[in-house]
Write a protein that binds this ligand. Structure first.
Ligand SMILES: *Cc1c(COP(=O)(O)O)cnc(C)c1O
Length: 492
């Protein structure tokens, strides 16, 4: 499989090269175009385990890995890390379905990919004969950081530095990151929001001096953000797995299309759904659910992407994003691989803060995608109603998806099964979830965790329960211009 930079035809890569580099030298994102060579026969997956489905789907995308090799890699990556052998179970809630992606070690869906990525990187290094240490730089809106730290800590030949927006993550998310064990890790708050942190990291990748400095110290920079194709590929697998589960339970017939409703920030998770569709999964609509930062809703409806708008801190912080990186990949796919168009739109975004996508691209997008948004009030209301009516407890991100699904059903109603992707454990956002189902207002996130458990009896994931007794190791806060210095200091 050839991976193209989205911004010019000069930078193609094999799957191992794309995994190792993370981002193309011209700032583009590695993306495959030949989906006809990546077709998966859904029927042949029905009797396979979650691990087998993962290996098959990921192997189809990252074709440098032989099937047996990928199977071994996937088994090692997920062994004893998830609460269930299913990895990503599907629950029926009323007439609809919730795909639980949060049963991994850090209780967010990013575990699905970040359990695999370190192994893909190490294996790619070996295949390409690269000796350098890989230095992972990651900006996080809360969940990627911890999932990446959990995946990379003490992995030989790698080091990792995580930046998160100061005051922009939940108490529990912060505690998860600053207590991280491991000799090869660094964690730092950035004065600014997630977009500032993400831009800072992208600037370091694009900075010649930073790359020379890394090379001189026997290292090379790479990314664990969803700009890395090795992050995206493992996410494609759970769309197939969920579909198989619905067929096996007799909820749908093989071949019936399904709607997937995806709480969206960086457009990575939902783009994985588009990959699944292009690889042969019967998908009706991909419903892009945003919180009050509804830049994507506006984009899908108008064709204008405009990041010059107020930034809201919401109860679903992992979706508080105004620049959705992976949309670039979608524009590339929907335009049939038009490098020049994508380069121009991204330059517009950088220079003017907005771009207008061609009508043909938007028509193609609206065939497949539906965009909606729900603010905190509507999301918390959904948590309360769903708990009361069905006894099912959702987190604040999943709740945005649920509320937008209700809009989608009211306005579109295509009659196909609806699957809401549930991206985090409710206990990661205990305070807000508690406020949605009771009048309690505890002071700390951990007090809220206790009360939420007392009230609902939903089990608390063990790693979250253990956090409160752990010592904070990382206390640094830097300005956006000091991020490179922080990286140099940590790695020295
Ligand atoms: C990262 C994240 C999202 C958004 O996923 P994208 O791939 O960035 O669109 C949604 N919910 C949670 C809990 C997350 O951690």
């Amino acid at each position: 499989m050839i991976f193209y930079s989205t911004r010019s035809s000069d930078h193609t890569a094999s799957s191992t090269e794309a995994v190792l580099k993370g981002i193309a030298p011209d700032g583009g994102l590695y993306t495959p175009l030949a989906f006809d060579q990546m077709q998966v026969d859904v029927g042949s997956l029905l009797n396979k385990s979650a691990l087998e489905i993962s290996a098959e789907v990921i192997g189809r995308i990252l074709s440098d890995f032989a099937p047996e090799e990928m199977r071994a890699l996937i088994e090692a990556a997920y062994a004893d890390k998830f609460e269930t052998e299913d990895l990503t179970p599907v629950e029926k809630v009323g007439d609809d379905f919730v795909l639980e992606l949060f049963r991994g070690p850090t209780s967010a869906f990013k575990d699905v990919a970040l359990s695999v990525l370190p192994r893909l990187i190490i294996a790619s290094k070996q295949k390409l004969g690269v000796q350098d240490d890989i230095v992972i730089l990651t900006a996080t809106s809360g969940d990627t950081g911890k999932a990446a730290l959990e995946g990379f800590h003490d992995v030989e030949g790698t080091r990792i530095v995580v930046f998160y927006p100061d005051g922009g993550v939940s108490d529990v998310q912060k505690a998860q990151m600053v207590t991280q064990a491991g000799d090869n890790v660094g964690v730092c708050a950035v004065k600014g929001n997630f977009d500032d942190a993400q831009t800072g990291v992208k600037n370091i990748f694009a900075d010649d001096e930073a790359n020379h400095w890394a090379a001189a110290s026997g290292a090379r920079l790479s990314s664990a953000n969803s700009i890395n194709i090795g992050r995206l590929a493992p996410q494609v697998a759970y769309y197939f797995k969920a579909y198989c589960d619905l067929v096996l339970r007799g909820e749908i017939r093989l071949g019936d299309p399904v709607n997937f409703i995806v709480p969206t920030g960086n457009f990575g998770d939902i783009l994985a759904g588009e990959f699944a569709r292009r690889m042969g999964l019967p998908v009706a609509k991909l419903v892009c659910a945003s919180n009050a930062n509804n830049v994507l809703t506006d984009f899908i409806n108008t064709g204008v992407y405009d990041r010059r708008r107020e930034f809201f801190k919401t109860a679903s912080p992992s979706m508080d994003i105004l620049v959705s990186s992976n949309l670039e990949r979608y524009l590339f796919l929907a335009s049939g691989g038009d490098f020049d168009l994508v380069a121009k739109l991204m330059a517009d975004l950088r220079e003017k803060g907005e771009y207008t996508s061609p009508a043909a691209v938007m028509e193609a997008m609206r065939e497949r995608f539906w965009g909606g948004c729900a603010d905190d009030g509507r999301a918390l209301d959904a948590i309360g109603r769903v708990w009361k009516k069905y006894g099912y407890l959702m987190d604040t991100h999943t709740a945005v998806g649920w509320a937008v699904m209700e809009d989608f059903k009211a306005q579109v109603d295509n009659g196909w099964a609806n699957v809401v992707l549930s991206t985090a454990s409710p206990y990661k956002f205990s305070r807000d979830v508690l406020s949605a189902i009771s009048d309690e207002q505890p002071e700390s996130g951990f007090g809220a965790m206790d009360m939420l458990h007392a009230l609902t009896k939903v089990p608390v994931p063990a790693p979250l329960a253990a956090l409160r007794t752990r010592e904070a190791r990382f206390k640094d806060v830097v300005g956006k211009d000091a991020m490179l210095d922080y990286v140099k200091n940590v790695l020295r």
